[in-house]
Design a protein around this ligand. Sequence first.
Ligand SMILES: NC(=O)c1ccc[n+]([C@@H]2O[C@H](COP(=O)([O-])OP(=O)(O)OC[C@H]3O[C@@H](n4cnc5c(N)ncnc54)[C@H](O)[C@@H]3O)[C@@H](O)[C@H]2O)c1
Length: 358
Amino acid sequence: MATDFVFRAAPLERAIEAIVAAGGSEPREAKLVAANLVLANLVGHDSHGIGMLPRYVEALQLGALRANQHPEVKLDAGALVALDGRLGYGQAVGEEAMRVAIGRAREHGSCVMTLADAHHLGRIGHWAEMAVAEGFVSIHFTNVLSHARVAPHGGADARYGTNPCTIGVPLPDEPPFILDYATSAVAQGKLRVAHNKGEKVPFGWLIDDRGRPTEDPRYAVVPPYGAMLAFGGHKGYGMAIACELLGGALTASGTWHYEEGVRRGIVNGMLTILVDARRLGTADAFAREARLFLDWLRQSPPAPGFDRVRIAGEPERETRAAREKNGVPVDATSWKEILAAGEKLGLVAQEIEALARG
Ligand SMILES: NC(=O)c1ccc[n+]([C@@H]2O[C@H](COP(=O)([O-])OP(=O)(O)OC[C@H]3O[C@@H](n4cnc5c(N)ncnc54)[C@H](O)[C@@H]3O)[C@@H](O)[C@H]2O)c1
């Protein structure tokens, strides 16, 4: 990403909050959405940060995203809870849903929570971090209904989304393991950047409009569209289907089976499984074995091009520390789109900019 601006996180959050509030959100919701998006930028996942806001404003204006929603309880059976997000901001209905799930896991030792029809839930690792901070193992399967992006293994066109898969595990004496990634070989945003720079991408990321492997990122950006591929061939593809079946079908949120162009917002369905590791009776063994295994992993000598072995969650924490110190980089195109989104809601670009500069 070309860095054109650098903002401190706190004022940037206030600027984003002002735009969300101008869209009709109550103060709590505006704060949750802004904090969630800026945090995604802070940890280095710019694809799920403030750059999403213009799409949210568009969805809001089309009625595909609704301000000030609360999850509707479809089933409340102790450790089993089924919720519907009513197309509310994922950052708000997701937070409420996770609070319910955490409460139930505290009570029962575990919880299976389904959340249907949430508008974009952002970085799913955010939800795992929330539960892990309370001592729970947190497992999430999520599907994404917006534009089809990914081809089935062996198929020649895009049939589903970037379905993220997420696992959080609290660790003894160190920050948690947070594995959180899209099941596509690469994030859509990276293909757009490569296209804008006129660069090629590696074979294995993309197929063209006739299903042939290609190095040309245009097939993900402009018509005629090709499709992204799943990571890890048939293995990542299988994981993506699991996300669709569990996040889309089991939650009653909905799966892909319609022609392109029908959906306007970004709808996420998410299955969440929480386990209280302290209630399983294995806490001592877990602490010992996790410690031994992680130490063992980290003793591996660094391969060429690496400084050391890391576990999932570490890169995000490193980026966060650096960006809290040096500021959050934002490219000019994204910033321009964010200001334009604010203007669509009646704000003045210079005033948004002044808020962001603190
Ligand atoms: N809401 C949605 O619809 C949706 C859809 C797709 C993706 N997403 C989100 O997009 C974000 C980015 O996904 P992505 O696929 O681009 O992620 P990515 O390819 O950057 O992979 C991130 C994961 O890999 C780990 N990792 C990275 N480098 C590592 C290393 N050197 N050693 C060990 N572990 C390492 C990270 O800690 C993290 O768990 C995720 O937060 C995901 O939830 C959301």
